[in-house]
Ligand binder design. Structure first.
Ligand SMILES: *[C@@H]1O[C@H](CO)[C@@H](O)[C@H](O)[C@H]1NC(C)=O
Ligand SMILES: *[C@@H]1O[C@H](CO)[C@@H](O)[C@H](O)[C@H]1NC(C)=O
Ligand SMILES: *[C@@H]1O[C@H](CO)[C@@H](O)[C@H](O)[C@H]1NC(C)=O
Ligand SMILES: *[C@@H]1O[C@H](CO)[C@@H](O)[C@H](O)[C@H]1NC(C)=O
Length: 426
């Protein structure tokens, strides 16, 4: 994998193609153009007020305070976030979402990121759309719509957990400041009112989901003792599973990420005391030491994991998997059997967490990756359900203690509500 281009950047391209085709409309594109024109001629800071915002596009705020502590993106630029203020009964509640985007595991792949939004705020879109769990509309986001909502941009390449001690002192200009970015973001949001939070939820998707596992208890420690604080990772439960050739591709990849950026310092000492740090970054290990109530959303056939853990391109030289890894509908029965084995591994890795009384889960049998950022998968008439509950309803049931919420779907293809990605279409 180290010799390949960054797998996430490839996946992202596919995702965007899918997004363009299915979900974005010409109207949306037009609105974005108008909005950018608008923000160029106005003070965007005044516009971050959720109550008065005229649409769902939320501007980027650069984290100025990061300058003082050197909490920089890979290229040395300032990190950023998007904030929409809570209103009504949600004014004292905070929902944070950590953006995902894979990891870089080498000088080469980290350098490549410096020229993208995943390594530099220079390339970040100046506005993002708040949909799904970030939406301010109760019909799309029934439980969190009026909370303070923050999307935290990802630009360090190591799930907000890199350390500057690992930087090169020989002219290779890469900043490994993920942990510092996390701390600077916490301080910023505490100063914006989060220090008086009554209810809070840390969430994140993919590499941001992994960051949610890593930082959950620290998030809890920053908030008032009497606040309700919980964490929820979407598509962040990456498995330590061999690929189809039997090679430990993912383990080797995490080994390189952890070593390159000195991530061990952000992992739990109980774990790094008894095993190698690159094993301690797997969520199935992290979760053993998390004390804060946690919810895990993950498709059992996570499309990113199928494409990068189970069937990385390098492990399929004959192309036997070339269609199936991109679209579950194109798998033959032998391949489906292999995917069922992947699901079994996921359920096994989750079995201890399943006993956790404060925990919740939603493991649906769909071929997709992140499901919380789009209303099509988070909460809409056609979004995926288990036992007739959407992901939004299940997470809400758990967060507000309405009912025990541990949903495990029957195996593929039993669930007709799935939103299955098809990356073979152009
Ligand atoms: C700096 O050191 C790293 C690790 O030893 C090496 O891979 C890299 O090529 C060096 N860079 C330069 C510019 O010498
Ligand atoms: C996978 O393992 C085989 C031996 O089992 C080895 O020959 C091959 O180089 C490995 N491939 C990759 C992509 O690591
Ligand atoms: C999803 O969100 C978009 C943008 O807010 C909206 O236009 C669309 O109608 C929503 N779709 C559903 C199914 O709720
Ligand atoms: C499923 O939930 C919807 C509300 O979200 C409800 O209208 C419908 O009756 C439920 N269906 C079943 C079979 O329970």
């Amino acid at each position: 994998m180290a010799t390949n281009p960054d797998p996430w950047l490839r996946a992202l391209t596919w995702w965007r193609k899918g997004a363009k085709r299915g979900w974005a409309t010409a109207t949306v594109g037009f609105t974005i153009v108008i909005f950018i024109a608008f923000t160029l001629f106005s003070d965007s800071r005044n516009y971050t007020d959720g109550v008065h915002s005229t649409d769902d596009l939320v501007p980027l705020t650069l984290l100025q305070r990061a300058q003082a502590t050197g909490a920089f993106c890979l290229d040395g630029s300032l990190p950023g976030y998007h904030f929409q203020e809570g209103f009504g009964s949600g004014s004292a509640n905070w929902l944070l979402h950590l953006e995902g985007g894979g990891w870089c595991n080498s000088i080469q792949t980290c350098n490549a990121r410096k020229g993208t939004a995943l390594g530099s705020s220079k390339y970040m879109g100046r506005v993002v759309r708040f949909d799904g769990i970030l939406s301010r509309h109760p019909s799309q986001n029934p439980d969190f719509y009026n909370w303070n909502r923050v999307k935290i941009r990802y630009c360090d390449g190591a799930s907000f957990a890199g350390h500057p001690e690992s930087e090169f002192k020989n002219g290779t200009e890469l900043f490994f400041r993920g942990q510092l970015i996390w701390e600077a973001i916490m301080n910023e949001l505490l100063s914006l009112g989060m220090s008086k939070a009554k209810q809070a939820l840390l969430s994140g998707c993919s590499a941001g989901g992994l960051a949610t596992f890593i930082h959950c208890d620290d998030f809890r420690d920053h908030l008032p003792k009497d606040a309700t604080v919980k964490c929820f990772a979407d598509a962040g439960f990456f498995l330590d599973e061999p690929d189809v050739l039997g090679n430990l591709t993912m383990l080797a990849f995490y080994h390189d990420v952890v070593k390159l950026q000195g991530v061990a310092k952000s992992l739990h000492k109980n774990c790094v005391g008894i095993m190698e740090p690159f094993k301690c970054i797997f969520p199935q290990e992290i979760i053993k030491n998390v004390k804060t109530p946690f919810f895990i959303v993950n498709p059992a056939y996570d499309s990113w994991q199928i494409q990068n853990i189970l069937v990385p391109v390098a492990s399929d030289p004959k192309g036997y998997w070339s269609s199936c890894r991109l679209s579950i509908q194109k798998c033959d029965s032998t391949q489906i059997q292999r995917l069922q084995g992947f699901r079994d591994s996921m359920l096994k890795a989750l079995s201890m967490f399943q006993e956790n009384k404060e925990g919740g889960m939603f493991i649906n049998s769909c071929f997709v990756h992140c499901q919380t950022l789009m209303n099509e998968t988070w909460h809409s008439p056609n979004s995926p359900r288990i036992n007739n509950k959407t992901i939004a309803e299940s997470v809400g049931d758990w967060y507000f203690d309405r009912e025990v919420s541990k949903q495990i779907d029957c195996p593929y293809p039993c669930n007709p509500t799935c939103y299955n990605m098809d990356y073979t279409r152009d």
